[in-house]
Design a protein around this ligand. Structure first.
Ligand code: WQD
Length: 337
């Protein structure tokens, strides 16, 4: 009998790619999404890729009774929790919306796990919790620093809530601290669908190359880095999705060493903004219009992962590089109307 996994936010960018890999790995999937930042079309696209349509419930996880009703209807063997607001800039203007959605919903899910003795919880966290790390590459031993954004704070507090619930109620849980997710599924049927003006680098690049945006602004070239632009660890979203399957199997097979664990999920390689621009132009044989402007408030100089622990404990490593991510992002962009 196939195990059934709940994926909240399963029609989002990382969620949808993870649903595909879960189905490829033989799991049954039920998706919860409130459709606030995606469309139901993504469900059909997932079915086109895997040949199986996941079960779907449109639920706002901030409504406690609706969360209860869901678990009256579905038996699940694990939960992968993506559903959250994730715009760093927006979070500074709407802190209470972010705390309510990103933490309230998390508490309601964990209360159901406690009351129904459910197990195996995977949490979408972020390298943002490290702020500007003192040492690079960043290991899991790096201290969590005071968050620079409300969004980052919701990830830090979220991890603490999970850790406490795990200890008190025996829920086995893993937090995955993502570096920068980029790219799209090779089928170009699913990808990043930023609504409005993109905040993140890669969608802004692809929309500029597609003529939707006039010009890319490079936020600062006076950082203490080789070419002066900020450095990040850009991980292909398909590799990132597979890390969730590896983490889930670790819990299902009871290979976890603690009831709560966390892992840095990146490629281990840092790329500057200018390097990404050059790689995009080379990979796709396009010219990108950009200008250097002032730094963006809250940005850090550099972040890239030490992947030793994740590689070993999850028996997982990235297989796709930046070129493939940038090619797939461009192919996905070209398919958008
Ligand atoms: C990357 C680099 C910018 C846009 C954030 C969150 C993180 C995760 C990913 C959700 C930076 C530069 C960007 C642009 C630019 N979010 N840039 N011009 O800020 O590293 O991480 O998004 O899961 O949690 O913190 O990603 O893509 O916004 O920026 O020069 O138009 O590109 O300054 O150096 P970031 P990003």
């Amino acid at each position: 009998m196939a195990k059934q996994i709940l994926v909240t936010g399963g029609l989002g960018f990382i969620g949808s790619h993870t649903v595909v890999e879960l189905q490829n790995a033989g799991f049954d999937v039920v998706v919860i999404d409130d459709l606030s930042n995606t469309t139901l079309k993504v469900l059909d696209q997932i079915a086109e890729i895997t040949g199986k349509k996941p079960s779907f419930e449109q639920i706002d996880l901030r409504i406690k009774q609706d969360v209860k009703n869901f678990f009256d209807k579905y038996q699940v063997d694990g939960i992968i929790h993506f559903a959250a607001f994730k715009a760093v800039g927006e979070s500074m203007h709407k802190p209470l919306d972010y705390y309510e959605n990103n933490l309230g919903a998390l508490v309601y899910l964990l209360q159901e796990m406690r009351d129904r003795k459910l197990d195996n919880f995977i949490f979408s966290s972020s390298c943002t919790v490290y702020g500007q790390a003192d040492e690079l590459p960043i290991t899991e031993k790096a201290p969590v620093k005071k968050a620079e954004s409300v969004y980052g704070n919701t990830k830090q507090i979220g991890e603490e809530i999970i850790q406490d619930a795990s200890k008190a109620h025996g829920i086995n849980a893993i937090a995955l601290r993502y570096f920068n997710p980029v790219g799209a599924h090779p089928s170009t049927k699913i990808g990043e669908l930023p609504l409005g003006v993109p905040q993140n680098l890669i969608p802004f690049i692809t929309q500029t190359a597609a003529g939707i945006r006039e010009e890319l602004s490079v936020f600062g070239d006076d950082y203490p880095t080789p070419d002066g632009t900020a450095v990040r660890d850009y991980i292909h979203v398909v590799d990132l999705a597979k890390a969730h399957i590896a983490a889930l199997n670790r819990l299902i097979e009871k290979k976890n060493k603690e009831s709560y664990e966390f892992f840095n999920v990146g490629t281990g390689k840092g790329s500057s903004v200018l390097e990404v621009i050059n790689a995009f132009e080379t990979a796709n044989d396009v010219k990108l219009k950009y200008k250097i402007v002032d730094r963006r408030a809250g940005d850090i100089t550099a972040a890239y992962a030490d992947t030793t622990i994740a590689n070993k404990e999850l028996a997982w490593k990235t297989e796709l590089g930046l070129q493939e991510a940038l090619k797939s992002a461009w192919e996905w962009q070209l398919k958008q109307k």
